[in-house]
Ligand binder design. Structure first.
Ligand code: ZN
Length: 169
């Protein structure tokens, strides 16, 4: 496993539509392991492959799956070719930060809940129902696969003050 270099705006790879994952071979497994390690090292709550310069539709997320309890154990998600198949009517505002856009945070509207379909690291179908912050992280990561950065969607972007800390992904 290795920590990969995170790329920043204005790197053009962050603006490209990433290609579908077709092969779940040994190289792909290494990519997954490297993304997990890079996310944990950053640290971040999620990472999309384009953020390490790989234009593939692959995301990793590690976040407590219990919205009410921040002490809840974290759950690791690895999803290739993720797609939103259902979304709540409710949209919520929240503050996001991005590992590829250091030094800024911004307010973004996201669906409160979504259902995501995709493939796990073995290429087997998975379906995930996410709510609250977990749903927000999924939406942020999936945007990266289409060349969208949260600042494109933000109603307001600012430089955080000291002590003003938001999880980045
Ligand atoms: Zn990001």
């Amino acid at each position: 496993m290795a920590i990969r270099k995170i790329v920043y705006l204005p790197d053009p790879i962050l603006r490209r539509k990433a290609r579908k994952v077709e092969l779940f071979d040994k190289d792909f497994q290494t990519l997954v392991d490297d993304m997990i390690e890079t996310m944990r090292d950053a640290p971040g709550v999620g990472l999309a492959a384009p953020q390490i310069g790989v234009s593939q539709r692959l995301i990793v997320i590690e976040y407590a799956d219990d919205e009410e309890n921040p002490e809840a154990p974290k759950q690791l998600y690895v999803v290739a070719n993720p797609e939103v198949v259902a979304a709540s009517e409710q949209v919520v505002e929240g503050v996001e930060a991005c590992l590829s856009v250091p030094g800024l945070v911004g307010t973004v509207d996201r669906y409160y809940g979504i259902t995501v379909k995709g493939l796990n690291r073995k290429g087997k179908p998975v379906k995930i129902k996410a709510q609250g912050w977990l749903a927000r992280i999924f939406q942020h990561e999936m945007d990266h696969l289409d060349g969208i950065v949260y600042t494109d969607r933000a109603s307001e972007v600012w430089k955080p003050k000291e002590g003003e800390d938001y999880p980045a992904d």
